[in-house]
Ligand binder design. Sequence first.
Ligand code: FAD
Ligand code: NAD
Length: 467
Amino acid sequence: MSQFDVTVIGSGPGGYVAALRCAQLGFKTALIEKYSTLGGTCLNVGCIPSKALLDSSEHFENAKHNFANHGIIINEPQADLARMVARKNEVVDQTTKGINFLMDKNKVTVFEGLGSFESATQVKVTKNDGSSEILETKYAIVATGSKPSTLPFITIDKERIITSTEALNLKEIPKHLVVIGGGVIGLELGSVYLRLGSQVTVVEYMDKIIPTMDGALSKELTKVLKKQGMKFMLSTGVQSVERNGDSVKITAKDKKGEEVSVEGDYVLVSVGRKPFTEGLGLEKAGVELDERGRVKVNDHLQTNVANIYAIGDVVKGAMLAHKAEEEGVFVAETLAGQKPHINYNLIPGVVYTWPEVAGVGKTEEQLKEEGAAYKVGSFPMRALGRSRASGDIDGLIKILADEKTDEVLGVHMIGARAADLIAEAVTAMEFRASAEDISRMSHAHPTYAEAIKEAALDATGKRAIHM
Ligand code: FAD
Ligand code: NAD
């Protein structure tokens, strides 16, 4: 029987990072993954492939609509979806192979097969051919991630009624893609096909898209996506989804309670994801789940069984790759006797539409609900020289700061490269900067980041220079 200090089950950004950090800290580490490629949802069917298709479709969109404005005249561009998907697969392949390289380099032993607990200290690996072996382990880290949720009356047939996994591998550009759920996946993958020429209709249960982000971002994104041609059916609860040959009909109730329907050739169901613990044998180890099927953990990410920890999408909190990674490092360092720390308030959220959307800290809605005294500074991207130079004039940056102390409480942005700009806000907030601190830092000109400084100037006495 092989013996390990730490056995990690699941090789997504939570699991593979945990395994690497454990190995760096001197633990004899095993990583078990049921699929033949490492990297989990994020690298195989999530973050990386979706961004590859978002980038390809954005190039197409620019060639089609924006090049001429920049004085570049080309023949009418054609979208070659097969090539885009093939390129996306190449990117995924290179990225997942990179994880294998890192495992070898750090001497993590990788097992391909389903990991399941036999007891708190024994994990069985069952390979595809049915053979199995038992690993004896001092500690275990559950990092088995999540899978797409659906609605009770929807059957995902993976052909016309699909989840994000199939949407990343379509063979044709849909004529009309109906998206159920106006959250992150729906808007990102909806954007891909909208740019490639599909009609896209988003059916959202709430009265706004990206409902958990700051309301100003939702409002601006709705406006911009509508301008791009995306259609929205808000406050609309889907009641049934019926396939008839190559067409799928969605029937729903609008906010007045009246029946509405929409028909498309593909329906993407993107109503959230649920924790994945099937086949893991948690009951044999005595590990408890919470009311939502997540592995129950304390503040140290430790389960009710002292030597078993859990991280990432399978536990509470935002289902984000970088959150899973932080937790992987946190557990490895905890096991090594260190005192690591994660500030969950400072995990940024990003939506990779164009313009990009990003936020960190408290939203204005949260501050209102808490009854906090706060002030707001904001700045429109269109007032920046950099935005006019590139033509990316949509969006804004909004800073929320404490009314009395001026400490930055939240930063919310929509605009070109917001996904990268949000790092400045995270850094500032980690060091508990005030809005005035940001307003007095030199920001290179001309950059999109100048809008952060201007919003900070606006928050501190309405001093924005270029507005
Ligand atoms: P996962 O990545 O889900 O990995 C879990 C792994 O465990 C899987 O490989 C699974 O096969 C394996 N496993 C499960 N059970 C067993 C078992 N019993 N034995 C062995 N192996 C097992 N997040 C972002 O931060 N940014 C993004 O841009 C982003 N884009 C996304 C786009 C899409 C389309 C999707 C679906 C998700 C996206 N996410 C994004 C979310 C991100 O993918 C997840 O938050 C992240 O992958 C969670 O990491 P994890 O390690 O917890 O789990
Ligand atoms: P989500 O939670 O972002 O959005 C789901 C949306 O579906 C919500 O707006 C919700 O109101 C709506 N909804 C729920 N029930 C509905 C119903 N019956 N009818 C109509 N709408 C309904 O979930 P998602 O988009 O499926 O993404 C899943 C997870 O993956 C998210 O937690 C997200 O964090 C992660 N993810 C992150 C990124 C990123 O970081 N850029 C990208 C993709 C996915």
